[in-house]
Write a protein that binds this ligand. Structure first.
Ligand code: ASP
Length: 360
């Protein structure tokens, strides 16, 4: 039984008037900033050593500040999203790029997507096995191809043709993730044996309701970023290795525009992390933006209500959001979520556990 408790971190900035200016000049926003996540899951103090916790906090801060530096210099939300996500893909701590979780065949298959709130342009890759920085490839799909998503060998080939850095799959693989796969497989085997002993005949795969070998104990660390730049443009990006022990070709919510990632200047930017099979069915990221668009809901109310839908289905995870005025929301219904934010009004935080309220 999954927890349906919702932990909410939100920051309302109230009025963020546009700077008066000549219509011919770009409109500058007073507030800008970004939120990042490093995945949601069973992240509790008892399971995270003090040393590891320090490493995670430092890595989150580094990624967040890399993105913030872009915004502070007047750079675009899109550039900030990529600048924040790449160091997390390069860090073995997170389930994205190096350190991605293993699929059932013992390989890493990477999913990523990005969206530009200014143009509604979007790009994604799914099931790639060789692209060192999937978020950069997702951006290239958006900017340098007529398509929105490339999958599998086609994604790797696209990246190669564009001259992006390719690596052997072994580059992504770490011992920690290998051990998680072994544990997940043992759990799956025990479950199969238990069912066989009861004489239960069924498909080779457990169904979503039964499948606990994919559960959150064995994966966390998907990364994402949402940003609002000084020009009032929003962007969102998400990158992941998916879920430990996922079967061949399984694709989660992270590369699906409208599920794991969404951005529209009229409303908000969203990046999700959690059990993708649930997030896809609710269309989480777009659902949050749509509530704001159709009902005028605040970003906080919209994010919470969408996450309630996930909880009612039995799923868990979280989202990070920033709206066009710089209000942010970071609700999650799992025990923890790696997260951080920094805004131009001077507020910032790095947080992991549910009792941290997002920071301070
Ligand atoms: N949402 C990702 C997936 O289902 C995993 C995660 O965020 O932890 O692939």
């Amino acid at each position: 039984m999954r927890s349906s408790r919702l932990f909410t971190s939100a920051l309302l900035l109230g009025a963020t008037a546009l700077t008066p200016g000549n219509a011919a000049e770009p409109t500058m926003k007073k507030t800008f900033g970004l939120v990042i996540h490093g995945g949601a899951g069973v992240i509790v103090r008892e399971k995270l050593s003090g040393e590891r916790e320090v490493e995670y906090r430092a890595a989150l801060e580094k990624a967040r500040d890399a993105g913030y530096a872009v915004l502070a210099q007047g750079g675009s939300a899109l550039d900030a999203v990529v600048a924040a996500i790449r160091p997390m893909e390069d860090s073995p701590l997170f389930n994205a790029g190096k350190g991605a979780v293993f699929n059932a065949d013992g390989r890493c298959e990477l999913d990523a997507s990005i969206m530009d709130g200014r143009t509604l342009g979007a790009g994604a890759i799914a099931g790639a096995q060789r692209i060192r920085n999937p978020i950069t490839a997702a951006r290239a799909v958006m900017e340098k191809s007529p398509h929105v998503m490339f999958s599998g060998a086609g994604a790797d080939r696209f990246a190669k043709e564009l001259g992006l850095e390719l690596v052997d799959n072994a580059y992504f693989q770490t011992q920690r993730r290998r051990e998680e796969l072994l544990k997940a497989k043992e759990k799956e085997k025990r479950e199969r044996e238990r069912k066989a002993a009861l004489g239960v005949k069924g498909p080779a795969f457990a169904t979503l309701d039964e499948n606990d070998s994919l559960d959150r104990e064995f994966k966390w660390g998907t990364v994402g970023c949402v940003a609002l730049d000084q020009h009032g443009n929003l962007a969102a990006g998400t990158s992941t290795g998916g879920m430990t022990n996922k079967k061949f070709g399984r694709v989660g919510d992270a590369p699906i525009i409208g599920a794991g990632t969404y951005a529209a200047n009229a409303t908000c930017a969203v990046s999700a992390t959690g059990h993708g099979e649930f997030f896809i069915r609710i269309g989480v990221a777009r659902d949050i933006a749509a509530q704001m668009e159709y009902t005028g809901a605040s970003v906080v109310a919209a994010a919470e209500s969408t996450l309630e839908k996930i909880a009612r289905l039995g799923g868990d995870g979280g989202v990070i959001c920033i709206d066009k005025d710089g209000n942010i929301a970071m609700p999650f219904n799992s025990p923890g979520m790696y997260r951080a934010f920094r805004l131009s009004n001077g507020t910032s935080a790095v947080a992991i556990f549910s009792d941290e309220k997002g920071g301070k």
